[in-house]
Design a protein around this ligand. Structure first.
Ligand SMILES: [Zn+2]
Length: 92
């Protein structure tokens, strides 16, 4: 692990990262950053993965093909939902 800078927690609980450090880490304004606790002396900041807009909202499959009322669902999940509907029909 290598220290690349120091910043101060302000009165509102914010940390300011100088542009040199943001550029070095390829952090952009609006990026989400995960905070990982290791121990009392060590905390790790990690750029969060970008959400994939086309991913299925049920299983996360990146090949979402169907959108129902604005909710993206992949074909596999849609088939499973259809199968559940068929099961209900048979049980009634
Ligand atoms: Zn799915």
């Amino acid at each position: 692990m290598m220290r690349i800078g120091t910043t101060t927690l302000d009165e509102l609980g914010r940390l300011i990262f100088p542009s040199e450090i943001r550029n070095m880490l390829n952090w952009q304004i609006g990026n989400k950053v995960n905070i990982h606790y290791v121990d009392l002396n060590t905390t790790i900041l990690q750029l969060a993965a970008e959400p994939i807009d086309d991913a299925c909202n049920i299983c996360g499959n990146e090949k979402m093909k169907i959108s129902i009322k604005g909710v993206g669902i992949c074909k596999r999940c849609m088939d499973q939902i259809r199968a559940l509907g068929s099961l209900r029909l048979f049980s009634e």
